[in-house]
Ligand binder design. Structure first.
Ligand code: HEM
Length: 124
């Protein structure tokens, strides 16, 4: 029997660590940091966005259905996110998955999810 992506990402604990590291990587990525550094001044808001993102990946990877945040289109509407910025977020995510020792199949599964979301996030 194959292990779910949720399990391979380390279940809730593993996903929390991955999201923490990805957000830190975004804060340090010069192409997209301006989108994220303002949240350093709003710790409560940052915690809420992080917790929604953790729940989004728990739900989307085959864990319990817990996502209660907004849709991807609603969340990113008005941000006018470019394809380049989207590629940078993906790069950050894959560097973190490498750092956490995730295998090629796991990264492929994550890539499939991110690829399917791009039309809901870019240029809105
Ligand atoms: C790679 C695919 C992406 C996924 C899966 C994703 C997912 C999410 C999720 C789940 C939230 C929280 C929604 C909520 O709190 O209701 C969020 C918020 C946010 N995302 Fe994304 N996102 C992606 C790409 C991007 C990109 C490319 C940018 C900009 C460079 C971006 C900027 C933001 C910002 C600034 C927020 C906070 C919005 C707020 O405070 O209202 N996201 N994202």
């Amino acid at each position: 029997m194959s292990t779910s992506l949720f399990e391979r990402l380390g279940a809730e604990k593993g996903i929390i660590k991955i999201v923490d590291d990805v957000v830190e990587a975004h804060m340090n990525n010069p192409v997209i940091s301006a989108r994220f550094t303002p949240y350093l001044e709003q710790p409560e808001n940052l915690a809420k966005v992080k917790s929604h993102t953790v729940n989004f990946f728990i739900t989307g990877s085959g864990g319990p259905q817990v996502y209660a945040g907004r849709t991807m289109e609603t969340t990113h509407r008005g941000m006018n996110i470019s394809a380049e910025e989207y590629m940078e977020t993906m790069d950050d995510i894959f560097l973190v998955l490498d750092k956490h020792g995730k295998d090629a199949q796991t990264k492929k599964d994550v890539l499939e999810i991110l690829w399917s979301l791009k039309g809901m996030i870019i240029g809105k």
